[in-house]
Design a protein. Structure first.
Length: 367
């Protein structure tokens, strides 16, 4: 049943994430809509009467993607001023947003129909940190399986160059170098040799399609224009040489991949970032069961790994974790990250799990 208080609260939760991730423009927009959104527009009514779980559904980011698309095509000067950070008062922002919701109903309504696909190459830095932990435990060779691959930009992880706190790896001539702001000790100098990369998505996107590229650009946050440059460079890499990305249910696909023969001396690794919250619980449970069974059968010659970058609501940041089998299979927290990989923290400062420590139960994603 729709719950207006919960639906408004989703914007306050998103505001918390925005404030924690240096995104004041979206933070102010969230605050304005949480306090003052009305049913005077069809968009407003749909949001306030949202029948699902609005935070899990990323409802605010669905709307903001549509609004950003309007800005990027020059459709509304006042909205562009909000997105440029020139209008800072929530009381001034609200009437602009309310007007745009009414005037641009036809353009905005479809953006509410599906979750955002923020296919951010910067997240590969956090994922690589997790893969380094797998390589440390199991050896350098990795067969990589990603679920929720969206347009496949993180399937280029073997072609990106990385500078993780001064620990540099990847092709020297890579068109994209992932260089997050680093807090804490650098990534361990452990070699990672990715021998294959495959991915699936329930609704994969062809980023080389100009319309899709524009949609991906709209999901970028206005505070970080450098992301747009990086996304476009990654799309150019895809155009030059594609990736192995298929349309599939995540559980169906993982079950099938885990049933395939595994090469000796290669660790098979499941990887995902900001995906788990979107999985229907029956799908998530099937993946847990499949990974548990595969882990029980793993050997030192054919290990199994799992790497994730998923949000923790209490921190407002992403937690980077890894686990491997054989062994005790315990989750290891290797760091925390900005939602888009802008920074990575391995310092173990207050509010963060220390590198190598198990994540406290209260902060865990259920996997």
């Amino acid at each position: 049943m729709a719950d207006e208080k919960t639906n408004r609260g989703a914007f306050l939760i998103q505001q918390h994430y925005c404030d924690a991730n240096a995104a004041p423009i979206y933070g102010r927009m969230c605050g304005a809509l949480a306090a003052g959104l009305t049913r005077d527009t069809a968009i407003g009514a749909r949001i306030l009467d949202w029948p699902g779980e609005p935070t899990r559904d990323a409802l605010p980011l669905r709307l903001f993607g549509g609004l950003h698309a309007l800005v990027l095509r020059g459709a509304d000067d006042a909205l562009a001023a909000v997105y440029a950070g020139a209008v800072t008062g929530e009381a001034e922002i609200l009437p602009i947003l309310e007007r745009v919701l009414g005037e641009q109903e036809a353009a905005l309504m479809p953006w509410l129909d599906g979750p955002p696909q923020t296919n951010e190459p910067g997240r590969s830095g956090a994922l690589m940190l997790g893969l380094i932990e797998i390589a440390r435990a199991c050896g350098p060779k990795i067969e990589l399986l990603e679920i929720g691959s969206s347009a496949g930009l993180n399937l280029l992880i073997d072609r990106y160059r990385f500078d993780l706190g001064g620990s540099v790896s990847g092709p020297g001539d890579a068109p994209v170098t992932i260089t997050p702001e680093w807090k804490g000790p650098p990534a361990p100098a452990v070699p990672v040799a990715i021998v294959s990369v495959r991915g699936c998505d329930v609704n994969p996107m062809d980023a080389t399609d100009p319309a899709v590229a524009a949609r991906l650009a709209a999901y970028g946050w206005p505070e970080t224009p450098a992301r747009l440059t990086r996304v476009r460079a990654a799309i150019a890499m895809l155009a030059e040489r594609g990736v192995d990305l298929v349309e599939a249910d995540a559980a169906d696909w993982i079950e099938a991949r885990l049933a395939e023969p595994q090469a000796a001396g290669v660790t098979r690794v499941l990887m995902h970032s900001v995906v788990w919250q979107y999985l229907p619980e029956p799908v998530a449970e099937r993946i847990r069961v499949a990974m548990q069974a595969a882990g029980a059968a793993a050997t030192a010659e054919r290990p199994l790994g799992w790497v994730m970058m998923e949000p923790d609501r209490a921190l407002g940041h992403q937690v980077i974790r890894a686990r491997s089998k054989p062994g005790d299979g315990a989750w290891v927290t290797v760091g925390t990250s900005h939602a888009h990989g802008t920074w990575i923290d391995t310092s173990g400062q207050v509010g963060y799990a220390a590198p190598g420590a198990a994540l406290p139960e209260a902060a865990r994603v259920k996997v």
